[in-house]
Design a protein around this ligand. Structure first.
Ligand code: DLL
Length: 444
């Protein structure tokens, strides 16, 4: 697909055998490159008795060692770089909150690649050259702000680099500048949507047509709230700083449901979290990615810790593989009385109870370092309460609230298999996302 004279996205439509040939060529080149230039991978190859010559096609990828976040930490800050520092054009760090950050370096070619995959992602999201992007991702060492910025410019869009926070000002500028596209975390898009609603501005009056949302897990209930309140197509963008940043995988605005992995650059595998062996195609496991074309800090089989599965969609426009929405990071999994639970599963259960507003927090209750219960605070739609036509200080209201909470608890029990204690709150009363990623798990 030729988007403009210097932008050609036709690789997204390659036939599978041609794609595998491209990936094979790129992987063999990469392994040779790392064997010559990366002290870290030379060591890894020696340890596992591999010679770069053993890798002849993409099917040999499972012979290669897995790279973990701990490898980046152990080699902080620049130990995984395959180029000298004077060949770098940019440095980003992970947004991790504990310990030293993980550091990622980019050559000029890498920055170009980053812009290309983000431009492709924006295009899949519905953005087109000439449109304006309201970029509410954080600028700074986080890859979201600059990543989307360069990608949008590459696509030929104009960018308002507003960054996250100061919601009232965000909304003022959306009203005045009339951008067609917005990007931010899904939880921050909800906050922006609430601010429009508070001002009495309806979806039809808002200029935005497309929202490019990611950096945290989200489900269909959040999508439908955002789409309805802002009157746009909301699509999912995935990525992680270690691999490049946003733009590893992207949903198409006319398809939704799952996102293409730009596998000409990022080769995906799904491994079993315990055995670390590939699972049968289509089954769930940990997403592991090999960067086929990066120069400054290529990674072989990087263990993202994100849980998903791969699939092909018969009606898909492009030929690349898709992944289902990330269920969560393996670290975010709660074990409630022996049952494994991701916050996204609770969020999904909310969508089966009419009137739940997906602003929620989970508090695991621990006894002797085991999670024995889960308390849930979640908001209820004002309209649903108004429709009851009952005073809030009456027994009838008390019963209505009790029944609503029970409905949610039952839905969670049915779908997730755990017993929870749900407390509902009036709309807009729980803390909102102020920009950036939200943490929905609270510690008691
Ligand atoms: O969050 C990069 C990014 C920026 C992606 C803007 C999308 C949009 P990190 O801070 O390194 O990078 O965090 C990466 O965030 O491993 C996932 O656990 C989570 N994550 C990112 N995108 C999604 C998504 C950026 N669409 C970590 N769905 C990843 C679910 C996501 N989780």
């Amino acid at each position: 697909m030729l988007v403009s004279k210097d932008m050609d996205f036709s690789v997204e439509y390659l036939k599978l055998d041609q794609l595998r040939l491209l990936q094979s060529d790129r992987l063999t080149d990469l392994v040779g490159y790392l064997g010559e230039r990366s002290e870290f991978y030379k060591g890894k190859f020696n340890e596992s008795g591999i010679s770069p010559h053993d890798i002849r096609s993409i099917d040999d990828i499972t012979k290669l060692p897995i790279t973990y976040k701990q490898d980046l930490r152990d080699n902080y800050p620049f130990g995984l770089f395959a180029v000298p520092k004077n060949e770098l054009q940019r440095i980003h760090c992970s947004s991790g909150t504990t310990g030293k950050p993980t550091v990622v370096g980019y050559t000029k070619e890498d920055v170009d690649l980053f812009s290309e995959v983000v431009a492709r992602s924006l295009y899949a999201a519905g953005a087109r050259p000439g449109m304006q992007l309201h970029n509410a991702y954080g600028y700074g060492i986080f890859t979201g702000g600059l990543g989307l910025h360069y990608g949008a410019e590459k696509l030929g869009m104009s960018v308002l680099p507003i960054s996250g926070g100061m919601t009232a000002r965000q909304v003022d500028l959306i009203i005045d500048f009339k951008p067609e596209v917005i990007c931010c975390s899904p939880s921050y898009a909800l906050t922006i949507a609430d601010e429009f609603a508070k001002r009495g501005i309806t979806a039809e009056e808002i200029s935005l047509k497309y929202a490019v949302l990611g950096s945290e897990p989200w489900t269909e209930i959040i999508r439908s709230h955002i789409e309805e309140k802002l009157g746009l197509h909301a699509t999912n963008i995935y990525g992680l700083s270690e691999i490049i940043g946003p733009g590893v995988s992207m949903e198409d605005f006319e398809e939704k449901g799952g996102s293409y992995i730009w596998e000409d650059h990022f080769y995906p595998e799904i491994l079993d979290p315990i055995t670390k062996q590939p699972v049968p195609f289509g089954e769930e496991g940990v997403l592991v990615i090999t960067t086929l074309t990066k120069k400054a800090m290529p990674l072989l089989r990087y263990w993202t810790n994100d849980i998903t599965s791969l699939y092909y969609d018969e009606d898909a426009k492009r030929s690349m593989v898709k992944m289902r929405p990330i269920k969560g990071r393996a670290d975010d999994m709660l074990i409630v009385r022996g049952v494994n639970v991701y916050p996204s599963q609770i969020e999904e259960a909310f969508s089966h109870v009419k009137g739940v507003v997906p602003n929620y927090y989970l508090t695991p209750i621990e006894k002797e370092q085991m999670c024995v219960a889960l308390d849930i605070d979640v908001e209820i739609d004002d309209e649903l309460v108004k429709d009851q036509k009952i005073d809030t200080d009456t027994d009838d209201y008390f019963n209505f609230v009790g029944n609503f909470e029970k409905n949610i608890e039952n839905e969670i029990k049915k779908r997730v298999g755990i017993t929870t204690k749900v407390k509902i709150h009036t709309q807009d009363s729980l803390p909102k996302c102020e920009g950036g990623k939200i943490n929905r798990i609270l510690k008691k």
